[in-house]
Design a protein around this ligand. Structure first.
Ligand code: PMP
Length: 389
């Protein structure tokens, strides 16, 4: 029987407005959404190439890098992770993963699929790695690549990065960093900190729709890719092809794939907003809002999952679910009554925490006040008698 046009598509698109206060995506501001209504251009038209160049400029500022190879993978944060593994690793190469949450686990899984020799150094969820621990692990495993996550969004942990690059250089390793959940919310100095591959996502602090993964390769990392014995196994994420398409080499730009034109417009505008505010102000805003949130939660008698405030990433705040409380009920209260999204845990924190995102456009004192108000109400409704409620 012939397949007929579906009835569902005769209705008009109906998307409710929600306030996204989970770990991402976050709401894109009107200027960013508006950007996507511009005419679609060809993916190699000079006007679009100019937009790509402006995106590279914005990313160099956010990453604090002068690296030549700065571009985007057409895909979400996972695509950035995949590109990192695909480009750096060949069969049997040793990669050391600093694993303190789900993102370390994912990275290890990806690296195994590239047939790397995956070594893992682990810390319990809620903890980060000291320089001494990483130094010892590097000495033991002598990896080609060390992978760390700056903002572990499954646990709410911040990994300090200063000093890790020098350790990697001492041990002859490349340093790859995931800053999907942290870029723009906490300091990042790719060059100063000796990071070789750095990737992020468009839908977190940057506040553009999910679609692209900004990524940068240091000269050392590019040298490694050029020195491979075997071709990069994933054509789509081959950084040398992408660098050419993004105008990061001597050119001329060649077709590699059709860039997500409208998403790049959105990213351009989101980066323009971030550059206009400035990094210091962005970092400060995230620090202050996160502090206001944790103070307010403490007043309600709630406890943060990461006990040491210095180890918390301000962009994804993890809150312990008190004994006897149905965490889903609280999440449902946020959504059904206020159309506000907060989320439960993920991986090692599943069932144990709520996660409240404070990122980019949504990181405001008003939103913190709203979240605190709803928490208070939801807990009271759930019949919880917290000490200070
Ligand atoms: N790394 C981290 C630290 C993340 O928080 C996320 C998204 N939550 C990812 C990687 C994967 O990104 P995406 O969902 O955009 O593929």
């Amino acid at each position: 029987m012939a397949v007929t046009p579906p009835k569902s598509l005769t209705r008009s698109l109906d998307v409710p407005a929600k306030l996204l206060m989970g770990p991402g995506p976050v709401n894109a501001p009107p200027r960013v959404l508006q950007a996507m209504t511009n005419p679609v251009l060809g993916h190699l038209h000079p006007e679009f190439c100019m937009v790509m160049d402006e995106v590279k400029d914005g990313l160099r500022y956010l990453f604090q890098t002068q690296a030549e190879v700065v571009c985007c993978i057409s895909g979400t944060g996972h695509a950035g992770m995949e590109a990192t593994m695909a480009n750096l690793l060949e069969r049997g190469d040793v990669i050391l993963i600093a694993d303190n949450g789900i993102w370390g686990e994912r990275a290890a899984e990806m690296a195994r699929r590239h047939e790397a020799d995956v070594r893992v150094t682990k810390k319990p969820p809620g903890e980060n790695f000291s320089l001494m621990e990483l130094d010892l692990a590097l000495a033991e495993h002598k990896p080609l690549v060390l992978f760390v996550v700056q903002g572990e969004s499954s646990t709410g942990v911040l990994q300090p990065l200063e000093g890790i690059g020098s350790l990697c250089q001492k041990h002859g390793a490349l340093l790859a960093v995931d800053c999907v959940a942290s870029l723009g919310g906490v300091p990042m100095y790719m060059d100063k900190w000796g990071i070789d591959v750095l990737y992020s996502g468009s839908q977190k602090v940057i506040s553009a729709p999910p679609a692209v993964a900004p990524i940068a390769f240091s000269d050392r990392a590019i040298k490694r890719v050029k020195g491979r014995k075997t071709p990069v196994r994933s054509f789509y994420t081959d950084i040398l092809w992408l660098a050419n398409y993004w105008g990061c080499d001597e050119g001329p730009r060649k077709y590699h794939h059709t860039g997500p034109v409208s998403s790049i417009y959105a990213l351009r505008e989101a980066l323009a907003i971030a550059c206009d505010e400035g990094l210091e102000s962005l970092w400060n805003r995230h620090r202050l809002c996160s502090k206001k949130l944790s103070d307010g939660l403490a007043n309600l008698g709630l406890e943060m999952f990461v006990s040491d405030p210095a180890k918390r990433v301000p962009t994804v705040n993890t809150i312990k679910v008190p004994e006897g409380v149905d965490f889903m009920k609280v999440i449902k209260h946020f959504m059904s009554k206020y159309r506000v999204e907060i989320s439960g845990g993920l991986g090692p924190s599943a069932g144990k925490v709520w996660r409240v995102g404070l990122m980019g456009h949504n990181c405001t004192e008003d939103n913190v006040d709203l979240v605190l108000k709803i928490f208070k109400e939801a807990l009271a409704e759930a019949g919880v008698t917290m000490s200070k409620l």
